[in-house]
Design a protein around this ligand. Structure first.
Ligand code: TYM
Length: 325
């Protein structure tokens, strides 16, 4: 039996090139060797306030993005989280074995809750439990994510191990799959911060649906470091970040990138980077327009049916082991 992959993204805000290079690109590549489940996690989205009509539209738009990036519905299961009620059901069971202390240590809660736990939503606090439930329901081997999800993955592993120890072997303990290059693409305006959907300054992110002009302007205005030379150098995080983006969109090796830009100035580098990003996104942007809502619904309904059949098997086992059913 081939090994299982599970991953997902939230239908909130606009997806950016960090989401693509840190996650989606690997989802597509892993389809050849694994059985993959790719989920649109709309239940996670409401941990922060969402406008209902916008959320509904963003959910279908995210399915379009998965498909346009190359997730193949003939090989992989693509579905909406809320179409599979077992996610919320298992999350309840796991919340009964998770500990306040381990959730309090989650750095994303501290960031998104803006350090004010009194005012933060309880769903934002328990969010990593729902994520663990997503992963564990499918007996997942590997979870391709960016660096920012690593701590959540560790919690998923801890919960799986605890449940297995307390109730008997039930869950596969998942491994993270975090790419060597691209796991944390930084903001174009501040290389200390990751590129983020929730950044108030759109100049920091290259959105997947930005047109060529906008992409070029954003790259031209991207911050650089003092010093010269276009090299992979963590002490010059801004240039380092831009060069990683260049490497991933061109599929060149690190050595080829460095050789290509030897002796060139930042201006020349930015011009070539902008062209490379535009070329990389062009076919994707054309494909995004191809899927009408009816086709999408069909794909998502088929995906949900397949996901429910897998998820219900695990949940049944969990209920029987805990004495619920
Ligand atoms: P989300 O929607 O914030 O992001 C989707 C994926 O994009 C990655 N990512 C990045 N990678 C590199 N550089 C960046 N700047 C960058 N920003 C985001 C994220 O790491 C992620 O892989 N909690 C998850 C969604 C989720 C999930 C799951 C993922 C829910 N359940 C189960 C895996 C398995 C999230 O909010 O991702």
């Amino acid at each position: 039996m081939s090994k299982r992959i599970f991953s997902g993204a939230q239908p909130t805000g606009q997806l950016h090139i960090g989401n693509y290079l840190g996650a989606l690109k690997n989802w597509v590549a892993l389809q050849d060797a694994y059985e993959c489940f790719y989920c649109i996690v709309n239940l996670h989205a409401i941990t922060l306030p969402q406008e209902p009509a916008t959320l509904k539209k963003a959910t279908l738009d995210l399915a379009r993005i998965y498909l346009a990036a190359g997730v193949d519905p003939e090989r992989s299961t693509i579905f909406i989280q809320s179409d599979v009620p077992q996610h919320a059901e298992l999350a309840w069971v796991l919340s009964c074995i998770a500990r306040m202390g381990e959730l309090e240590r989650m750095t994303q809660f501290k960031d998104k809750g803006k350090g004010n736990a009194e005012r933060a939503g309880v769903g934002l606090f328990t969010y990593p439990i729902l994520m663990a439930s997503d992963i564990l329901l499918y007996q997942t081997d590997l979870v391709p994510v960016g660096q920012d999800q690593k701590q959540h993955l560790e919690l998923s592993r801890d919960l799986a191990e605890r449940f297995n120890r307390d109730y008997g072997e039930t869950f596969k303990v998942p491994e993270p799959y975090i790419p060597k290059a691209g796991a944390s693409i930084k903001s174009l305006q501040d290389a200390e911060k990751k590129m983020s959907k929730s950044d108030e300054n759109p100049a920091g992110s290259i959105f997947l649906l930005d047109d060529a002009d906008t992409i070029t302007k954003k790259i031209k205005r991207a911050v650089t470091d003092s010093g010269v030379g276009v090299e992979f150098d963590e002490t010059r995080p801004a240039i380092n970040n831009l060069l990683i983006i260049y490497q991933l969109v061109t599929d060149k090796t690190a050595d080829e990138c460095v050789a290509h830009f030897e002796g060139k100035m930042y201006g020349q580098f930015k011009t070539e980077l902008a062209e490379a990003v535009v070329e990389f996104l062009r076919p994707f942007q054309e494909r995004v327009k191809q899927y009408d809502d009816t086709t999408l619904r069909e794909i998502l309904d088929r995906g949900a049916e397949r996901a429910r059949s897998e998820a219900s098997r695990t949940l049944k086992d969990v209920y029987s082991r805990t004495g619920i059913n």
